[in-house]
Structure formats: structure tokens, C-alpha cells
Design a protein. Structure first.
Length: 85
């Protein structure tokens, strides 16, 4: 059974308008295989820039959030190394 394919533009808009959190600029994530299957990375980046959002990649996922949000790294491997672990 095949899933109905969403148009690339509708799929991109769904990233940014998919939930109350997203509509308020909160973080949304998408796996790269899903993104690549439904649209182009360049199109998603262009829309993120147009909306003033930041895109971060961790592993095989892209995280999207409004540039007005403050993002901080709480702990990193560098902090652990500096602590002598």
C-alpha cells in the first residue's frame, strides 16, 4: 500500500505550520531521508531563511526553530574532556 505523496511546497509549509509549537517558532525536527524523499534541501533552507528560522543538523535529523529563540549547548564533549573524564 503506497502513501499519497504530498507536493514539495505543501510538505515544506507543513514543517513550519505543523503544530502549535511550530506556529510559535518552537523547535521542529525532520529526518533527512524523509526530507530528501519529499523535497530538496535547498528549498527547505530557502524557506527557513525567508521565515527567519535557523536549521541545525544533528545526526540524520534537521531541527528547525525561530531565530528569535535562544539556543544554548548545555553540555558538550569538550566540557566533559575539560572535567577530566
Amino acid at each position: 500500500m503506497s502513501r499519497k505523496r504530498t507536493a514539495p511546497t505543501a510538505w515544506i509549509n507543513q514543517i513550519f505550520d505543523s503544530s502549535k509549537v511550530a506556529r510559535r517558532g518552537g523547535p521542529v525536527r525532520r529526518r533527512l531521508p524523509s526530507l530528501d524523499r519529499n523535497t530538496s534541501r535547498a528549498s527547505v533552507i530557502a524557506e527557513a531563511l525567508r521565515r527567519g528560522w535557523i536549521v541545525t543538523q544533528i545526526g540524520d535529523e534537521w531541527f528547525f526553530y525561530d531565530a528569535g529563540l535562544t539556543a544554548r549547548t548545555i553540555v558538550s564533549r569538550f566540557d566533559i574532556a575539560a572535567a577530566g573524564r
